[in-house]
Design a protein around this ligand. Structure first.
Ligand code: FE
Ligand code: CA
Length: 522
């Protein structure tokens, strides 16, 4: 290290020490029992001038606090133009603390727009693997960009072959739509069933449980590699806390009341923050994480604004006790139903009204598109997705129709299948023009191998549902390529996840033209 860097680092470390309460616990040269970087590195939430870099020290990842305890190791980081770190652009240091499970989030600013960088962390003698990250372009740069979107990576139900292929893609960003972890207990001995591998621990409820579950998921090298390869934008869905929870209402409210859910959600939300490369502030030590805002935007130059939505924390309870229910039933038509909550709805609609980005992109949890025919008495409706919240969906559709018709794309996960939809106005609108496109992406692993078709999606079904263009039940992810005039989506699928080494292929490709209604097969 040259003298100039040394002096600058010394100044930074002194500043760090001055702001760290337990200075006596600081470990400038920590020694670890094993590699502290077992959970890998990650980056996320790029802007045109900054990126968030993440790691978490955990020499024994499945132990509480990753096998560390009490001390506060100093973690240095470097960001460079090249992967040999011969042209270092920025460097600094952070303190890893037990209060946040020794996770580190560094917001590196002062970077150039539209550039790739390499980064790594160091603590004591340990050096992490190297990650790649890029900044978003500046506000005039119309260069087309690509990204992948993904969801639903149940650890037991399939191998992460799709993540392996995803990290080979030449793209700028990954957008994860939730179900990063699943909360269910490890199988009883001899009860492996179709699982390819087993969860560790009980059905997770406590902060320590959630931390251990994230550490287990990140023990998969394909997941770590996909994070290291390019920056991610992450939201959460239900399984980051509990299946189909709504706000503070558990899937089985008789078993867990709201007081229990407050504690559970606090642990789940804190562990999510600790394990993800997000530009968000942690809740102050000693305060509750039960309420934690994650909805935010990501701007990709003039081309796209992503709205990273939270469809779980603020929603009203699913009507009629959740599940698939015949209508009419109590509350289904209630105008007060909301998926996003009043404040987030207003934030979204204001954003759509004022953003000049050519594409408005909703990073959304659950299926959005309204059906072609209004549901009749006796029809069954899936209450957990937007079908169960028709009044809330009509408000969102009206905002899209008013502010961004023909240039809105909805990205969706949750249902472990691929679907392509024209999004039409709701039944509150007289003519129901196509105003947007919804790309529903399948799971990475949830649901197992799957098949090329979905039994109920017959030619007759497609004819009766003209807004639905295509469906497929393989595992994989979606690669999108976005230019000023066209949005292209390639559905990338693997034929199996029960065995290793599945190849990847494009099952189907779609395009939607900005300003033109309707998605077309390529
Ligand atoms: Fe899922
Ligand atoms: Ca889900």
């Amino acid at each position: 290290m040259d003298r100039r860097h040394f002096v600058r680092d010394l100044a930074r470390l002194s500043a760090l020490a001055a702001t760290t309460p337990s200075l006596w616990r600081l470990r400038w040269r920590p020694a670890f029992a094993g590699d502290p970087f077992t959970l890998g590195v990650a980056s996320g939430d790029p802007t045109a001038s900054s990126v968030v870099l993440w790691t978490r020290l955990a020499p024994t990842p499945l132990d509480p606090l990753g096998g560390l305890g009490g001390e506060r190791p100093v973690v240095r980081w470097e960001l460079a133009d090249d992967d040999k770190f011969s042209r270092i652009v920025k460097r600094g240091a952070a303190t890893a603390t037990p209060e946040l499970a020794y996770s580190v989030h560094v917001d590196v600013g002062g970077l150039r727009p539209g550039r790739w960088y390499h980064y790594r962390f160091m603590s004591g003698d340990a050096v992490s693997e190297t990650g790649r990250v890029c900044t978003a372009p500046d506000t005039h740069d119309q260069t087309p960009f690509s990204f992948t979107f993904l969801s639903c990576q149940h650890y037991e139900q399939g191998l992460y072959t799709a993540l392996h292929h995803m990290s080979e893609e030449d793209v700028h960003l990954a957008v994860h739509l939730g179900d990063y972890i699943y909360e269910t207990a490890a199988p009883a001995p001899g009860q492996m069933g179709n699982r390819v591998r087993a969860h560790v621990g009980p059905n997770i409820h406590t902060l320590d449980d959630y931390r251990q579950r994230y550490a287990l998921y990140k023990s998969d090298p394909a997941l770590r590699r996909a994070h290291a390869h390019y920056p991610w934008l992450l939201i959460w869905d239900d399984h980051e806390v509990d299946n189909n929870y709504a706000n503070l209402i558990n899937e089985l409210p008789a078993q867990e009341n709201e007081a229990v859910m407050r504690v559970r959600r606090a642990g789940a939300y804190q562990a999510w923050y600790e394990h993800q490369p997000v530009r968000l502030k942690p809740i102050a030590h000693g305060k509750s994480w039960t309420d934690y805002r994650i909805y935010r935007t990501l701007e990709w130059g003039p081309l796209a604004r992503f709205y990273a939505l939270d469809g779980r924390q603020y929603r009203t309870d699913q009507p009629c006790g959740d599940g698939s229910k015949a209508i009419p039933c109590d509350g289904y038509d209630a105008p007060g139903q909301t998926m996003l909550g009043a404040a987030q709805e207003q934030w979204l609609y204001n954003g759509l009204a004022h953003s000049h980005a050519q594409w408005q992109v909703l990073a959304n949890q659950v299926v959005f598109s309204p059906p072609d025919e209004p549901p009749k008495a006796g029809d069954r409706v899936q209450m957990d997705n937007w079908h169960g919240y028709p009044a809330a969906r009509d408000r969102a559709l009206a905002a899209i129709a008013t502010h961004a018709p023909g240039r809105t794309v909805v990205l969706t996960g949750d249902i472990h299948d691929n679907w392509v939809y024209d999004v039409r106005r709701g039944f509150d609108a007289r003519d129901r023009p196509v105003i947007a496109t919804e790309f529903v992406g399948t799971s990475i692993s949830s649901g197992g191998d799957g098949s090329d078709t979905i039994a109920r999606v017959t030619p007759a079904y497609l004819a009766a549902n003209p807004s639905l263009k295509w469906a497929n039940d393989r595992r994989g992810y979606v690669r999108c390529t976005v230019s000023e005039s066209e949005w292209r989506a390639d559905y990338r699928v693997v034929p199996f996840v029960s065995q290793p080494d599945a190849p990847v292929k494009t099952a189907s490709s779609w395009r939607t033209e900005r300003g033109q209604a309707g998605v077309q097969k390529i």
